[in-house]
Design a protein around this ligand. Structure first.
Ligand code: HEC
Length: 442
């Protein structure tokens, strides 16, 4: 008899457990005060209260909104020990947090529940976005990123506030041993869109690498103007597809010679982009496009190689342009001691290696396409360096692994007298146009 009872209890509780998880957490558990202030620690209690373990976090990323326009909202959850992940997110208007702020679109990894009940579309009901089972990535560690499309509210809605709770879970299939984090983010309506207006002649090579108007595939440019976009952000891991950089951020793109550039940073007054391959040589136009239109063209000049070394403006000291070369410790730079405020520096001795960073040096062997993260070593053929008139051993000249469009030259300082020395770098016969000085000691 007890046997029958056992089975009826066991069988009855099984669907309940599966059911609980496949439907996701209960709504109103993001920690938002307006919803009663409860979060997942109502059940996931082991490390309560939320945010008690400083090794983890939850964060929301979103940019200021254009009324009615879609953007991807992301919730990230992290804890070094976690092996399974979950979240809940809601959006409200700050003028009355009882009102929903915009509309979420469910996808294969996230669901949208309505408050008080049912699933999206929710009409005017408040919404809660939650993980579906595949998004919990059972067994995987690292940073969890949940993404959901969100349509911004109408003009005149005012600020929007997002509340989220994340579960950095241990993956034991129970509510124990999981760490809960809560967070919120307020965004405001960005000024309404306008065609991008560029300052005339405003596209230059990255100023930290000396600026100028001569570009080559893979080099970095800065474009200045107004109303280029109404959001400010830099690219992030999720903008990459594999090792390939994004061609637009928040609807803002750049073309160089008619080809799409790779967009690293956008803001109303400045865009940073990487020049694409296939732009030929000679005059090319740089054009900014956003949702509202395209800018006037900005003329630049394309070359196969236009190497420029790292020379931040404050490295122009004492009437000479010092190259920002670093010792292999990656901390100490080459200059007179104390010459650059806030940077540890000392002269380089003959026989020591110094690393010079550069952009625009052109094709390597093997070739690496513009817009991709370099991995492994590459070679810039026929790279040479002179310290004064003494040739240096070039221990490495190629792309810097792990970066996009950054080159490094590892130079072994030849036997030259102490003091300021002129550094002449060239790649395949094309000398760096910068007038560079470095400092040798003994
Ligand atoms: C009403 C209680 C309750 C609340 C509130 C709750 N959970 Fe859970 N959660 C459970 C239970 C019970 C389980 C384990 C059984 C199951 O899978 O249903 C669980 C399991 C999980 C798991 C898998 C844990 C693991 O280690 O395998 C995740 C992820 C999760 N919940 C996320 C959340 C998030 C995120 C919230 C807050 C937004 C939340 N839960 C709020 C009861 C709750």
């Amino acid at each position: 008899m007890w046997n029958k009872l056992f089975w009826s209890v066991a069988v009855a509780s099984l669907p309940a457990m599966i059911y609980a998880f496949s439907t996701g957490p209960v709504i109103r558990r993001t920690g938002a005060a307006i919803d009663g202030g409860l979060d997942c620690t109502a059940c996931h209690r082991t490390f309560a209260p939320a945010n008690s373990d400083a090794r983890g976090f939850a964060r929301i990323s979103a940019v200021d909104y254009t009324p009615g326009k879609k953007q991807t909202i992301r919730v990230q959850v992290y804890h070094p020990d976690a092996k399974r992940w979950g979240f809940e997110l809601t959006a409200r208007l700050t003028k009355d947090e009882n009102l929903k702020g915009g509309i979420f679109t469910p996808n294969t990894l996230v669901q949208v529940k309505c408050d008080p009940g049912g699933n999206a579309p929710c009409g005017t009901d408040r919404e809660f976005v939650e993980h579906l089972e595949p998004a919990t990535r059972s067994g995987s560690d690292g940073l969890a990123t949940f993404s959901v499309e969100w349509t911004a509210p109408d003009a005149g809605s005012g600020d929007v506030v997002f509340y989220a709770a994340g579960n950095a879970a241990d993956g034991n299939g129970a509510s124990s041993n999981d760490r809960i984090y809560t967070t919120s983010l307020k965004i405001t309506a960005a000024p309404t869109g306008a065609r991008p207006v560029v300052t005339s002649n405003s596209a230059v090579v990255s100023q930290d690498f000396g600026g100028g108007k001569i570009i080559s595939p893979g080099t970095w440019i800065e474009i200045y103007g107004a109303t280029l976009t109404n959001v400010t952000r830099e690219w992030a891991g999720w903008d990459f597809s594999g090792a390939n950089a994004p061609k637009s951020l928040e609807g803002v793109g750049v073309t160089v010679g008619g080809k799409d550039a790779f967009v690293r940073f956008v803001s109303p007054g400045q865009i940073n982009a990487q020049v694409p391959d296939g732009i030929g040589t000679g005059p090319v136009n740089v054009i900014v496009k956003n949702d509202t239109g395209t800018s006037d063209p900005i003329p630049m000049t394309a070359a196969a190689r236009a190497t420029q070394t790292l020379v931040p403006p404050r490295w122009n000291v004492g009437g000479r342009q010092l190259v920002a070369a670093v010792f292999p410790d990656n901390v100490t730079f080459v200059a007179k001691v104390g010459e650059i405020a806030g940077v540890p520096t000392r002269p380089a001795k003959p026989g020591e290696t110094m690393i010079v960073y550069a952009i625009g040096a052109g094709a390597t062997a093997p070739t690496v396409a513009a817009g991709s993260i370099a991995s492994g070593s590459t070679v810039l053929t026929n790279a040479t360096a002179l310290f004064g008139t003494a040739p240096a051993t070039v221990a490495y000249a190629g792309l810097s692994p792990g970066f996009v469009g950054l080159y490094q030259f590892n130079l072994v300082v030849p036997n030259v007298a102490a003091g300021d020395v002129k550094l002449t770098l060239s790649v395949d016969g094309a000398a760096v146009a910068q007038n560079l000085t470095t400092v040798i000691g003994n």
